[in-house]
Design a protein around this ligand. Sequence first.
Ligand SMILES: [Zn+2]
Length: 164
Amino acid sequence: MREAALEQSDVELKALMLEERRLRNQLLKYELEKMQLKKSELLHNHEQVEKDLADMMRQSALRRRQCNHRKGGRGMEGIRGQGSANEYSIFKHQFPNGEWFIICSRCTNEWRSPDPNDPNYPALYQAYQTALMYPTDNIPSGGSIFTFKDSTTGVPANFRWGQV
Ligand SMILES: [Zn+2]
């Protein structure tokens, strides 16, 4: 009698352990599916953000290419960068080292003194010089001009945009 009861509880215990294992497996499977879903959502969101960014960059590159950087223009023409005035819609800022930063307020195109090591240096330098000559009635900004010199060599060590 006692043996039969023990055997019965052993069977019940085994059944309970099996049920517990089954439930644990189910829970793990559910958690795994949840993680996979979350991962694919994150990937999708990331892809969407990348796509939106690429679209935005393409649109602003197109806007910069189409802009003549001039003031004036009638209505949408002007807004789309087809200004008709002689004055340019640019702001010039001079850095303390004497170099200029120029930006178009219509298309946000920027011109900076290029890095001499840049493979496109001649074209970039030409564009920078051309932008410097653009007539504008906007008041340039800037501070006092000074240079740093290397104390050992005496060579000017000016700050340059894009160079570390
Ligand atoms: Zn422009």
